[in-house]
Design a protein around this ligand. Sequence first.
Ligand code: NAP
Length: 284
Amino acid sequence: MYEEKLISGKEISAAAKAEISKKVAELKAKGIHPKLSVIIVGENPASQSYVRGKHKDCAECDILSDNIALPESTTQEELLDIIDKLNKDNTVHGILVQLPLPKHIEEYAVINAIDPSKDVDGFTAVNVGNMNIGKDCFAPCTPQGCIDMLDYAGVDLCGKDVVVIGRSNIVGKPVSVLALQRSATVTICHSKTKNIAEKTRMADIIIVAVGRENFLTADMVKEGAVVIDVGINRNSEGKLCGDADFDGLIGKVSKITPVPGGVGLMTRVNLLKNTVKSAENVEK
Ligand code: NAP
């Protein structure tokens, strides 16, 4: 019963990784070895850990990856110079700048210096624009991961009432667009929304991306709803948890994603997918 309700990121990402490895082998046979370049500025421990995870994932699927670790004192000009070199390097298929950047560097300028054809995070204005009008693009990894999980679980979005809680540029807004493109009726809630529970109780699918432990509780969902939990928080015992009260919700929902082992793994695997897609585009 419990197992049937779980949309497991572990299961989906393992299947996706096998598929990615196969594509990498095919590309290598044609003389193209997919490669991701990751730039990290400064020594934020959380960022360093995320970056280590990205290299480990690449290695698992035989994707090349290089790590460009720069000191906190790096100037915007120096960073733009490095991006320019990577843009021109034909052996590099994906460029990722780990966020956040130090305060003296303008994030928007740096992200938009990345050649959109190598923007495997899907954060450049060109990719965001193309995603919004439904054109081919690198979809941002976390929002696409949410949709992938619904697909894998056989949840059709067409005509469904979807409530997204959170409106950030990296999760809430793009996942709303992707759900709309699947013909869902989408309501976006944020910190100024009145009576969120009234809205979530009407929802067939709730995607919660707030960053607060136990934000979504059983009284806020209707029987049989589907919950995609994007949140990554630490509870009072220091354990990883999402935004949804998993234990309270499991008896009421029809499907739910766990944290850990949920959306986070999909984010990671979609970065690999986008890197391989970029390498495949070179071939075309
Ligand atoms: P964010 O930029 O801080 O955005 C949070 C959103 O939640 C904002 O839109 C904010 O509304 C809204 N919000 C805050 N308090 C609220 C409240 N009381 N009621 C309703 N809405 C409220 O965060 P984010 O980057 O989108 O990330 C959200 C969560 O997802 C975090 O826990 C983050 O760690 C996690 N995350 C996970 C992954 C993954 O791979 N699983 C990837 C990215 C992020 P306003 O806009 O009005 O302020």
